[in-house]
Design a protein around this ligand. Structure first.
Ligand SMILES: C[S@@+](CC[C@H](N)C(=O)[O-])C[C@H]1O[C@@H](n2cnc3c(N)ncnc32)[C@H](O)[C@@H]1O
Length: 260
């Protein structure tokens, strides 16, 4: 799908005012190097008022993420520092995901966290909407016998049996998924959770106001969705490590840990 095709799809889904405003926002970012929070807030208001999917739609997500130069840095361009990454692994990922668990990773990208989950998991099922990302992961983990990768557009987890997943991990993904689709994912989490299953999901806390292509999800909305689907929140935090040394303040995100 070309950029023009993606643009046409976004126009169809969101209408002319949203598309014009969105083009203006990206023109500011691209040509003037200005990430206008004001324009972004206006976009979010428009999305909320008219219940629009915005930028992060299941129809366009795969094509958009396929445009990324995945082979260059394998997603490590989003790693704040080696120390930050290690502490997220030691103090969050390993804290909640037990060795030998049947793990589901949503949005594996080029495998930045998959590389940690794969040796830890008894079985690992990873999905992504980007066919290029999935192809990269299949090649990267070709010799691992405990993992499988699926191209899964449209929140299609139907191939995962009920009650078969003991841990779910997703980082830097739900910040790009709109609230309606997040709700559909959460419903699926409830279905695939094994007894005692736990999920660790990174998502926006403040509704994408920090710009970029972030979802308008908030912590309150996320918690309401958990409640609606009968899931229990165990922890929600935006910093970790000694004295909250590492945090997700920059983009106004948080991590939610919940169980069935
Ligand atoms: C910023 S990248 C992060 C990739 C990886 N989790 C990492 O941290 O390196 C966002 C990823 O989310 C995937 N993604 C976006 N929307 C998705 C959706 N609705 N379902 C599953 N994956 C999605 C993209 O294809 C991309 O691989």
């Amino acid at each position: 799908m070309t950029i023009l095709n993606i643009g046409t799809k976004l126009l169809k889904l969101n209408g002319l005012p949203w598309t014009l405003l969105y083009t203006l926002y990206w023109s500011f970012r691209y040509f003037l190097k200005i990430d206008s929070t004001g324009l972004f807030k206006l976009l979010l208001k428009l999305e909320e008022k008219h219940d629009l999917p915005g930028f992060n739609t299941p129809v366009t997500a795969g094509a958009l993420w396929d445009l990324l130069p995945w082979e260059k840095e394998h997603g490590e361009e989003w790693t704040v520092s080696a120390e930050w990454k290690q502490s997220l692994i030691d103090e969050v990922l390993r804290k909640y995901i037990r060795r030998g668990a049947a793990v589901l990773e949503i949005g594996s990208g080029a495998g930045r966290w998959t590389a940690v989950l794969q040796p830890l998991a008894g079985k690992l099922v990873a999905i992504d909407v980007s066919s290029r990302a999935i192809a990269l992961c299949k090649a990267r983990f070709a010799t691992a016998t405990n993992c499988e990768f699926h191209l899964a557009g449209n929140i299609d987890l139907g191939f995962i049996p009920d009650g078969s997943i003991e841990a779910i991990w997703s980082f830097d993904v739900f910040v790009h998924i709109n609230p309606e689709d997040t709700d559909r994912y959460i419903a699926e989490f409830k279905r695939v959770f094994a007894s005692g299953g736990i999920a660790v999901i990174h998502h926006p806390k403040k509704g994408g106001v920090h710009g970029g292509c972030r979802s308008r999800m908030t912590d309150r909305l996320f918690n309401a969705m958990l409640e609606k689907h009968g899931l229990t929140l165990d922890a929600q935090f935006d910093s970790w490590g000694e004295n909250g040394r590492f945090n997700l303040y920059r983009h106004g995100d948080c991590i939610s840990v919940f169980h069935a």
